[in-house]
Design a protein around this ligand. Sequence first.
Ligand SMILES: Cc1cc2nc3c(=O)[nH]c(=O)nc-3n(C[C@H](O)[C@H](O)[C@H](O)COP(=O)(O)O)c2cc1C
Ligand code: SF4
Length: 477
Amino acid sequence: MAVTLENMPKLVMRFVGVEGANRIDEATRRGVYGTLKKALSMAPLAIVDEVKKSNLRGRGGAGFPTGMKWGFIPKDAKTTYLVINADESEPGTCKDRELLYWDPHTLIEGVLISSYALGCTHAYIYIRGEMIREHRVVQRAVDEAYAQGHLGKLHDTAGRGPWKLDLTVHRGAGAYICGEETSLLNSLEGKRGWPRLKPPFPAVKGLFGQPTIVNNVETIANIPHIIDKGGPWFADLGTPKSGGTRILCMSGHLNKPGVFELPMGIPLRDVIEKVCGGVPGGKKVKAVIPGGSSMPPLDASELDIPMEFDALMTDERIKPVEVRPGIKFDMGGGKALRTMAGSGGVIVMDEDTDLVAVTARIMRFYAHESCGQCTPCREGTGWLARITTRMAKGEGRPGDVDLCASIAHGIAGNTICPLGEAAAWPMLGFLTKFRPEFEAKIRRDLSPEKRAASTQPPLVQIRGTGYMGTALPRGRT
Ligand SMILES: Cc1cc2nc3c(=O)[nH]c(=O)nc-3n(C[C@H](O)[C@H](O)[C@H](O)COP(=O)(O)O)c2cc1C
Ligand code: SF4
């Protein structure tokens, strides 16, 4: 039975807004650390099984099943690490910040239980550099947990003999790319925050070359609830393949924007209208980014989609992203790209929004944050930023729309990490659903003189490939 807005229990956000609950005495009084004892009386594998049964899926972006990921740790691993990804920097996403500030002790309890299950004796919280206030609160909470003997002290356990955990809080320097898990691990090792080629995946070769699980803050904050009430209970709260509740960060043109814990699979229209009070001035919705700015947008006809991992990828009411009109973007094996739940950052845009300007802003972000390791991402995001910016400034040229689509198509699938796709997918998504707006903007802004002076050669299909191409004269950007 999936829960509704009316009967949903609050799990991860239960202490948000509760003054004092981020101090250990108050947190303990409210039951935090109570589940740790139960967990330590269980066999580690029984905890992993419970997480598998819960259908918990990673809240960091990809929605990967957490129990399955934990199962990838090699059976004979001697040293393993758990790293909590608190880098939260996907535009539109601001949920982990709330959990870190209001409820750091539930996160620490989740880290203790998960580390025990995974055989870790040292775990890390990698926190975004700009989160100064949250870092202070989390470090204080870790110090309190050491002082009370939850961390750094031997516990009797049913499955590992005497066991203890050390927990280090590490501040990043504020780079978006350090949220990508392998880049984060390099940064944690003191190296440049560049993504690593996968495989090997971190669960096999991660931090300091050892098997490592990287999980998002919200993911691990759910673990004490799962162990307390059981995996099937948690699974039952959600949809058949996604257990629990989901935090959505609602921003943009809304009467009541905010961060909300909501039933998994709630229709987007209900979130906009019932939870966020609709769009100011009674205006219509034009577009919605459903899961952080790297996700293809939805248009006004796609608001009845359940906000759940699989639905956003497969629901046939969502138009597939196209490379060119009529030609679907192929995710591999003919699979269409629709959109994704991502990191839960939902950005609502009303009917008056200039989507060319929005796209340009998004492209500038990814161009700025590209680490520069791979050519398609380094060069492609730069080109997308420059071309969309000139379109937004009213200096677009005939052919710019196809040029952007071609560049984006050339990036996707050809890079070391998914930051390339994070730029390419929204670019193609906005063009698929709002192409006439881009074309009209170019037409409107091209005076007859400018049009005549435009020397850009027409786009042609590059022989033997699906790409459209043109040779731009040097210096023309
Ligand atoms: C460019 C990029 C940035 C990312 N940023 C974050 C982030 O800020 N926080 C996060 O939890 N995951 C982020 N991820 C996803 C992580 O790589 C990783 O999948 C996630 O932390 C795994 O945790 P989960 O299984 O609990 O979701 C990012 C991925 C990419 C490609
Ligand atoms: S895709 Fe971009 S961010 Fe990722 S490794 Fe390549 S250049 Fe760096």
